[in-house]
Design a protein around this ligand. Structure first.
Ligand code: C5P
Length: 235
């Protein structure tokens, strides 16, 4: 049995393979709230592949992390209109004019996507940031870029579970938080170093949970997704 909590779950289709993505999309219909296609799938299968996945009817999170000059990013957002993703990512490091241009371009869609900012990649630590000339702590930088994203018309950010509490406290309930780095109790961490369970992340205030391998790597992906949804419903 599925619960409405399933709508919080976006399964990451981290594959270059169209048949595999379509198989997952078909299997997961009714057990998750949506699907996330990222750069790997887009680079391998292009807009046509994304369209095919969309045909399953689930909301699509297109995680392309756009980052270029404002004119180019706005043009890319306009070009993505036929794919009609529900969620689309933009790098906040592209600056205010780029984010504003993206937000303006998205407004022209019939069903505008929720534009999400990517702040500091969780693969970067303090030392890596310093090497790029950023001397703020990762947490301070995430907060600063999130504030800027909201000022520029974005609807939320993608963050790690460990940033939820701080961002909710600072920016309140109006900001959409899409959280990755989620592992159900007892699941392998894979290459994720710091993880929380779906229930912990949801209770802290995550709006959507991006979950890949714990679902896609399970013998029965739909059952794994339903189990995660059920865990969200528990007191
Ligand atoms: O398989 P797993 O659940 O680790 O997949 C997580 C998904 O979320 C991947 O698509 C990954 O690119 C994305 N992601 C992440 N950590 C972030 C941001 C995005 O794992 N900080």
């Amino acid at each position: 049995m599925t619960t409405p909590h399933k709508d919080k779950i976006f399964c990451a289709l981290d594959t270059p393979d169209l048949d595999r993505a379509l198989e997952l999309a078909d299997t997961l219909k009714g057990s998750v709230g949506g699907l996330k296609a990222g750069l790997e799938f887009y680079a391998a299968q292009g807009p046509a592949g994304v369209m095919r996945v969309s045909e399953c009817g689930l909301p699509l999170f297109l995680d392309l992390k756009l980052h270029d000059i404002p004119n180019t990013v706005a043009a890319a957002v306009r070009a993505l209109k036929p794919l009609n993703p529900a969620l689309l990512t933009i790098h906040t490091a592209g600056g205010p004019a780029m984010m504003q241009a993206a937000a303006a371009a998205a407004k022209d869609w019939d069903n505008p996507p929720l534009l999400l900012g990517v702040t500091v990649m969780t693969s970067l630590d303090q030392e890596d940031l310093k090497k790029t000339g950023v001397y703020a702590t990762p947490g301070d930088q995430v907060e600063k870029l999130t504030g800027l994203a909201l000022e520029c018309g974005l609807g939320g950010v993608v963050c790690s579970p460990f940033e939820i509490a701080r961002l909710r406290k600072e920016f309140g309930p109006g900001l959409t938080l899409v959280v990755a780095g989620i592992r159900p109790e007892g699941a392998g961490k894979g290459d994720q170093k710091r993880v929380m369970t779906p229930k912990q992340a949801s209770d802290l205030g995550a709006d959507f949970l991006v979950i890949g391998r714990p679902i896609t790597g399970a013998p029965d992906p739909a059952a794994a997704a339903r189990e995660i949804a059920a865990s969200l419903a528990q007191d």
